[in-house]
Structure formats: C-alpha cells, structure tokens
Design a protein around this ligand. Structure first.
Ligand code: NI
Ligand code: MN
Length: 225
C-alpha cells in the first residue's frame, strides 16, 4: 500500500481496492497539495471533531459517497447531516472491508464549530488502522500520556504519524518520548507549520528519533508500506 502525507494531519492510504483518507483538512490548509473537488476517497477516518480535522469531510463524502468512520457523537452528527457514518468509541475495534480500525485515547478536546457554535463531538482519539499485516497509528491530536507505551507494547506498529507542533498538541521534546513508547518502525511528524503558533523544524525532529526511523514527509510525498 502507498501511504502519503498532505500537510497538517492529512494522511491518505491507497491499497489495491481502497482509497482511505484520514482527517481531510484541505480547504484552508495552506500546506495541502490535494484538491477537495478531485480527491478520491471511499473511506474517511476522523480522529476528532475539530474543524482542522473534519475539514472537507462533508464535501468529499457528498461527491464520492465515501463511508465515514468516527467517534460516536461525531458519527451521529454526520449521520444527521445525511452522511453514512459508522460510530465507534475509545478502545473499540471493528473489521471493515478495507481493514481493521481501533480507536485509542488522545488527551485533547473535541468539538465541531459551525456558525460560531461549538457542537459536542465526543472524545478525541487516535486511530490504529490494520490492513493485511501492516498497522498504521495516526496518533491524532494529543499531549504526551504514558499509555502510549501500553499501545506500543500491545500493537506491532509499522508506521506512526505523531504530532510535533506544540501549543495544541505535544511538541517535539514530548513527541520524542512518545516515539520511544510507540515503538513504530517508521515515524512521520505531523500537525506543524500550518499556523504560525505550530511552526517546527521537522527535519531536525526526524534526526532525533531514536526508536524507529524518523521520516520527514513533505506534502504529497509517500511511503510504500
Ligand atoms: Ni484538535
Ligand atoms: Mn488539530
């Protein structure tokens, strides 16, 4: 499968049968190389309800008919909007036709802002996605927490997407500790440089990753997994 990064927390996974996108924040994301009107997706996975993660989900699902998978309250909200959304919650896993999804905890907040109102969207999360014998861990937006070690011990993680931006999530120093605990074979930093308050040097970060190989993917670049 081909796993590509598209700025902020946007990750796309292309397998022979499926086109999966995580947190498709395209419109308003100056770093994103994708076009909301042409991006292909049959599955959209969401870590939480913040607008910089839900992003273009509704426009993409409207055009492509993509199935959405999200934390229950966010899934119910999207279902009420007329979309096909599968609700899950922290610690739960489900085998879909495209792969197995397990939601993990994340220490963050979660709501969707619409017309100046905050809509409750349940808990923020990380996503463990297993396709065949490969497991991808999208850590989501989170601060450092010690159960990342438990998650790393319990799952054989091939590729982890770890936030390094600081301010809204863990910064580089905490993210380095997280990578030691997650024990992924490959580590890709995300959630940085989109806004001035989360500017970070991803190249310097990946050089400092000790457990696994740090890879600085620029928007549009990919890894064959
Ligand atoms: Ni967030
Ligand atoms: Mn965010």
């Amino acid at each position: 499968m081909k796993v590509s990064y598209h700025g902020h927390s946007v990750v796309q996974i292309k397998t022979e049968q499926h086109n999966i996108i995580i947190d498709p924040f395209i419109t308003g994301n100056s770093l994103c190389d994708l076009d909301s009107e042409t991006v292909e997706a049959d599955v959209i996975l969401l870590t939480h309800g913040h607008n910089d993660h839900v992003g273009d989900t509704m426009a993409i699902a409207q055009r492509t008919g993509a199935q959405i998978v999200a934390i229950n309250e966010l899934a119910v909200y999207l279902t009420q909007k007329g979309f096909q959304a599968h609700g899950m919650n922290i610690g739960g896993a489900y085998d879909f036709d495209f792969g197995r999804v397990k939601f993990t905890q994340a220490f963050h907040s979660s709501s969707y802002e619409e017309d100046g109102t905050f809509i409750y969207t349940g808990m923020p999360a990380g996503i463990l996605l297993t396709i065949g014998d490969k497991t991808i861990y999208h850590v989501g937006d989170t601060g450092l927490f010690s159960d990342l070690k438990l998650i790393g011990d319990r799952h054989n993680i091939d590729l982890a997407f770890v936030p390094i931006g600081d301010n809204f999530t863990m910064g580089p120093e905490d993210a380095l500790v997280a990578t030691d605990w997650i024990q992924a074979k490959y580590v890709v930093p995300v959630h940085y440089n989109t806004f001035p308050v989360i500017e970070q040097d991803a190249g310097a970060f990946v050089e400092r990753v000790k457990t696994g190989k740090g890879i600085h993917l620029k928007p549009g670049e990919s890894i064959d997994l």
